[in-house]
Write a protein that binds this ligand. Structure first.
Ligand code: IPE
Ligand code: IPE
Ligand code: MG
Length: 243
């Protein structure tokens, strides 16, 4: 106990994870607890995203991937789905200037064809506009599902094989067909709201990630909460199958 405390004090955040991925959960419960519509929770959640994005570079995090909408979230009411899509559009429109100034490179993963064409156009435009930025790589998962991504990747891979571009596929060949081609794997996956499942998030990429589950609901999750989780991450021993 004493040694552990000493270590924590000696090297706060010593080994900050380079890539943090977050399952932002609990917006609905946060709102319902207050007697408000679920969309109020989603709006507050988007405010938290802004704060966390701003805090990441100073916390040593260079890659942040956030789960905004899953392939399963289409099961929700039309009102909630449309409300979420509007929040995504507004976020991109309102944050474009700030992200450009702050060195944020924004990218998206997930299937785009099911999204509103206007949203798709905004997504492509912000990706192009921020493509030269390097301070923080922000990846937003929208209409993302790990199984869907793997299925689409398998299709791309088989086309490459059919065209004779590759022979017997390697892990690297497969990774190059994922939506996250070229991204480093997440070191740490955080899920808020107390649920301890991964809900189809980054099954390939997070194969060796550390996981942190916090009871805090996403609209209450602050940069201080993130900082505390990163400090704990610095104390973990990652063995990757070795000893
Ligand atoms: C996460 O919050 C945001 C999305 C899934 C879009 P939820 O909407 O899942 O919130 P809870 O889990 O119902 O509280
Ligand atoms: C996962 O949260 C998806 C996002 C955070 C976008 P959900 O709230 O949709 O997941 P389940 O339904 O509890 O597994
Ligand atoms: Mg949820």
């Amino acid at each position: 106990m004493a040694a552990e405390t000493a270590q924590a004090v000696a090297s706060p955040g010593a080994a900050a994870p380079r890539h943090v991925a977050i399952i932002m959960d609990g917006n609905g419960r946060w709102a319902v607890e207050r007697g408000w519509p679920r969309l109020v929770g989603h709006r507050r959640g988007a405010e938290r995203v802004k704060q966390i994005v701003r805090a990441c570079p100073d916390l040593g995090v260079n890659w942040l991937t956030i789960y905004a909408f899953s392939t399963e979230n289409w099961k929700r009411s039309t009102e909630e789905v449309l409300g979420l899509m509007k929040i995504f559009r507004r976020y991109i429109e309102r944050e474009a200037e700030g992200m450009s100034a702050e060195g944020v490179r924004m990218r998206f993963i997930g299937g785009r064809e099911r999204l509103d064409p206007k949203l798709q156009a905004l997504m492509a435009a912000i990706e192009a506009r921020t493509a030269g930025n390097t301070r923080l790589n922000l990846t937003v998962a929208i209409n993302y599902g790990g199984r869907d991504e793997l299925t689409r990747a398998a299709g791309r891979l088989s086309q490459k094989v059919a065209r004779g571009e590759i022979g017997e596929p390697t892990e690297a060949d497969f990774a190059a067909c994922l939506d996250t081609a070229g991204h480093p794997d997440p070191d740490l996956v955080i899920r808020t709201s107390g649920e301890t499942r991964t809900s189809n998030f980054l099954p390939w990429q997070a194969a060796y990630a550390e996981y942190e589950f916090t009871p805090t609901l996403w609209p209450d999750f602050t940069p201080d909460h993130l900082g505390a989780i990163l400090d704990r991450f610095g104390l973990r021993e990652r063995r990757f199958g070795g000893v």
